[in-house]
Design a binder for this molecule. Structure first.
Ligand code: SAH
Ligand code: SF4
Ligand code: F3S
Length: 493
């Protein structure tokens, strides 16, 4: 990992008259410099600085990818702007459910009208949706005004793709089907100075029968533990106190490395990094959650007392059809085991309603799991048919009306329990990471507890990024109002 200054120096040293380097990182820095020159010309013609905006759809993986895209664009010389005013707009798309796609098409129509007013406006599309060939076909046919299209496997190539577009003046499409490459050491522009996502692995091998992610994110690839640790050490030097380790199934981390490492082993190494105060991770697949991981969580208080453990359904039969490879009983036993080892843990989950063939009895099983586990919160989704997945070909799709009705009943149950669970910390003192000045009341700060719940409390901007002891005065549904506890009248660290 290079510091910003080191990267800048490397770019400075590049001679564009030399042949394009073959080594991937050097190659990208070469194109980055080339884009700089091209952008300078464009800025000169426009008589102003060029601006960009990356709009992110979907999950934390995409959010992290967007930070990488932004890092590259800033090093090229673009300035950040809001979407309304940007000269280069990139949509980093998601395709996990149909409505994620619809949103993108809707917004593209609006961008088209803006393009007629701003001749410099460029539109880029990347991310999971672009890994679907029929999507790219549709854009090529009906959205000709898009300038560049790339996928999930080659976001590190943004500078090269952009240089190509700027030189040729035509739509550039570069999509890779899959990759075994992990390119390190390119710039990243973090959204928060004090916390950061860290990819530990890419892709997914699980092929849950409803899910498109394995098709658009490719096969599972783990980063080397040394690279992950070096990245986190650098982040800590740069002021980061909290990391979120990211992977579609972190519990299978390291299995395909030359020298296999378990996720629990990685986690305990990370927990020993000095200066790092909080560690989160997601997502955990219940089938791979090991006893070793539970032990490590119990051992290191730095690891947040929060586990996102998607159940998807409470019916063993539906789970089988979903290819989740655990039963209701195994899931409940796992929850008991985790709670026995880490009693104060907060559990959250994802649930899908209306998977093909789901009966009322199956749905009752899901409600039963929700009532037994008592999640701190749950994301509930209506099943969305994704073409190419095995579930899309199942002929027993559940009627929309029935699904809607089940969804409403589930949501009600989940919210009632979540309210009760959230309020269980009222009157206690908790460690809270101050994250931002409150949107509505500037005398308040908003922060997060280890279990991810939000707390609003009086404070000032200088405290942002600090871990504070906060007394939770009152729970208001899904968040708390609190006050900082000052020990012996001394400054709180
Ligand atoms: N890798 C993560 C999930 C990634 S997708 C995991 O296995 O937990 C996030 C969530 O979207 C999933 O947990 C699932 O609940 C939901 N999801 C995925 N595909 C879906 C589909 N076709 N319809 C509805 N929800 C879906
Ligand atoms: Fe999708 Fe299943 Fe992989 Fe999660 S584990 S990304 S739900 S296939
Ligand atoms: Fe969506 Fe891709 Fe994430 S499909 S949920 S952005 S991995």
């Amino acid at each position: 990992m290079y510091t910003e200054r080191e990267l800048e120096q490397k770019v400075e040293e590049i001679d564009l008259h030399m042949p394009v380097p073959e080594q991937e990182e050097e190659r990208q820095l070469y194109y980055l410099k080339k884009c700089r020159e091209l952008l300078r010309e464009q800025s000169g013609a426009a008589g102003r600085k060029m601006t960009f905006c990356v709009t992110t759809f979907g999950c934390q993986m995409n959010a992290r990818d967007s930070e990488k895209l932004e890092g590259i664009l800033e090093l090229i010389g673009y300035e950040k702007a809001d979407e309304e005013h940007a000269d280069f707009v990139i949509y980093n798309t998601c395709t996990v459910r149909e409505n994620a796609n619809l949103k993108v098409y809707g917004r593209l129509g609006y961008l088209h009208s803006r393009k007629k007013k701003n001749p410099h406006l460029m539109i880029g599309l990347c991310g999971c949706m672009m890994q679907e060939p029929q999507v790219v076909e549709k854009i090529k046919k009906s959205y000709r005004f898009v300038d560049l299209i790339f996928g999930t496997h080659n976001i590190f190539k943004l500078a090269e793709i952009l240089a190509d577009r700027l030189e040729r003046g035509k739509m550039v499409i570069d999509i890779w089907k899959d990759t075994d490459q992990i390119v390190e050491n390119l710039p990243v522009d973090r959204k928060y100075p004090f916390k950061s996502g860290v990819n530990i692995m890419f892709g997914c091998n699980n092929f849950c029968s409803y899910c498109i992610v394995p098709y658009v994110r490719g096969r599972e690839r783990s980063r080397a533990p040394e690279d992950i640790i070096a990245e986190i050490e650098n982040l800590v030097k740069d002021g980061v106190v909290e990391v979120m380790l990211l992977g579609q199934n972190v519990n299978s981390y390291g299995k395909n490395l030359e020298q296999p490492v378990t996720f629990a082993q990685l986690l305990s190494r990370i927990a020993q990094i000095e200066g790092l105060k909080r560690i989160r991770f997601m997502t955990s697949h219940p089938k791979d959650l090991s006893d070793e991981l539970i032990e490590v969580m119990a051992k290191y208080p730095k690891i947040c007392r929060h586990l996102h453990l998607p159940v998807q359904s409470g019916s063993s039969e539906v789970l089988k059809a979903m290819n989740r490879r655990y039963t209701k009983e195994q899931y409940l036993a796992l929850v008991d085991k985790i709670r026995a080892a880490v009693p104060d843990i907060s559990l959250t989950t994802d649930i899908i309603v209306g998977f093909p063939g789901e009966t009322e009895e199956d749905f009752q099983e899901t409600l039963d799991v929700v009532r037994r586990v008592r999640y701190d919160s749950a994301f509930t989704f209506i099943y969305s048919k994704r073409s190419g997945t095995p579930a899309a070909a199942m002929d027993n799709q559940v009627p929309e009306e029935t699904v809607k009705d089940r969804f409403d009943r589930l949501l009600h149950e989940v919210q009632e329990i979540s309210k009760e669970m959230s309020s269980r910390f009222t009157g206690t003192v908790q460690e809270v990471l101050a994250e931002e000045v409150n949107d509505h009341d500037p005398s308040l700060l908003t922060g997060r507890m280890g279990n991810n719940l939000l707390v609003h409390f009086p404070g000032d901007a200088s405290m942002i990024g600090s871990l504070l002891n906060v007394h939770l005065d009152e729970c208001r549904g899904f968040y708390y109002m609190g006050s900082i506890v000052r020990k012996d009248g001394q400054e709180v660290e």
